[in-house]
Design a protein around this ligand. Structure first.
Ligand code: 5GP
Ligand code: MN
Length: 349
């Protein structure tokens, strides 16, 4: 039986049919799922539906994921932080906007105003908790799916022209969907549902080369990433009596190791390998704030902690947020004291 979360695909199909210019927007600091699901949708809309489709990202795709965009034609991916006018104009000139892998416009940084002021239908395709339903004409949203890439896969398979056949999807769309799902499940370690394995199986059947994809995703880093990982685990990892592990990557650390955007992806998962750790926090210093990543084991909610302590949210066991200075803490050096205070309070509540 078709799951409830796919019931409204015919409405989406109709809206796509009527549109000429379709823009896909995704979240700030785009990850593999954001880029993978966004590009897969773009390829489908262009190749199968003849639409003028474009992906707009708030900030650049990190070098670690550059292989995903290597073959993309110029002008089909716009980056708001690099070309704000062009990116905002693309959103403003669209007939239809697909908002993928985020739950509220506030997650799109500089694109928020363009999205809010656009009068055209906006469609949500996402798997995070607490979607802002009021902002969207139509919402495809469930936390019971591994990734937005998996969601896009099942939606596209429901489209009349695809007719349930993965082999009818453009090859580039298949590759991007497999990449997005793989990164968001941390290579099948988290949020894997029966449907997730079915998707993977069907994509392999359709000829996807998973070995090459894994090599591109996981065996292609600069040495710096591995060196800084060792340094953090050896020198900086701390664990509170409640079992909360935290690591703080300062600006100074990033300069010392010449760390680039995206190169600390996944570090937050490592402390969960320790038996007594039930919550892991990773703080990365940026201009005026720390970006905070949270991961937890069953029974502890990373989402609740992100909402209560870091102006954020996400999923039950994987969430993110921010810690601002001087608003939340007087200076970056006060972050550790803040963590110790809020973690104690969080575990008491
Ligand atoms: P990550 O730690 O990998 O950056 O993010 C983990 C999850 O939390 C992702 O699903 C991401 O979309 C979400 N997330 C990250 N940062 C934020 C944030 O500032 N606010 C909200 N609401 N979600 C976030
Ligand atoms: Mn995702």
């Amino acid at each position: 039986m078709k799951p409830k979360y796919l019931e409204r695909v015919p409405e989406l199909d109709g809206m796509i049919e009527k549109a000429r210019v379709v823009t896909i927007v995704t979240h700030t600091h785009p990850d593999g799922d954001a880029i993978g699901s966004g590009l897969a949708m773009k390829h489908y809309l262009r190749k199968c539906r003849g639409k003028d489709a474009c992906l707009v990202v708030p900030d650049p795709v990190p070098d670690t994921l550059a292989f995903l965009i290597a073959d993309e034609p110029e002008g089909e991916i716009l980056t708001h932080s690099r070309t704000p006018l062009q990116a905002s104009r693309q959103v403003a000139d669209s007939d239809l906007i697909l908002c993928q892998d985020f739950n509220a416009f506030s997650r799109t940084a500089g694109l928020e105003t363009a999205l809010r002021t656009s009068p055209v239908p906006k469609i949500l395709i996402d798997h995070h908790l607490n979607p802002d339903f009021n902002a969207f004409r139509l919402a495809f949203s469930t936390p019971d799916i591994s990734s937005t890439s998996e969601y896009v896969y099942w939606i596209l398979k429901e489209m009349p022209d695809i007719g349930g056949e993965a082999s009818r999807l453009p090859a580039a769309a298949r590759k991007h969907l497999l990449a997005g799902m793989t990164t968001d499940t941390n290579n099948f370690a988290n949020s894997v549902f029966p449907s997730t394995l079915k998707m993977a199986s069907e994509l392999l059947d359709a000829g996807e080369d998973r070995d090459t994809l894994l090599a591109e995703l996981y065996n292609n880093y600069r040495e710096n990433r591995i060196r800084v990982m060792g340094y953090l685990l050896y020198e900086k990892l701390k664990i509170t009596p409640e079992g909360a592990a935290y690591m703080i990557l300062t600006k100074e650390d990033q300069d010392r190791f010449d760390l680039r955007d995206g190169e600390s992806e996944g570090f937050v998962n490592m402390p969960l390998e320790i038996d007594r750790v039930c919550l892991s926090l990773f703080l990365k210093e940026e201009e005026g704030h720390f970006r905070v990543s949270l991961r937890s084991k069953k029974g502890v909610s990373a989402n609740d902690c992100a909402m209560a302590c870091f102006h954020g949210g996400g999923h039950e066991l994987a969430a993110g947020g921010k810690l601002y200075f001087p608003e939340d803490v007087p200076a970056p050096s006060s972050a550790e004291a803040y963590i110790l205070k809020v973690i104690k309070r969080f575990f008491k509540s």
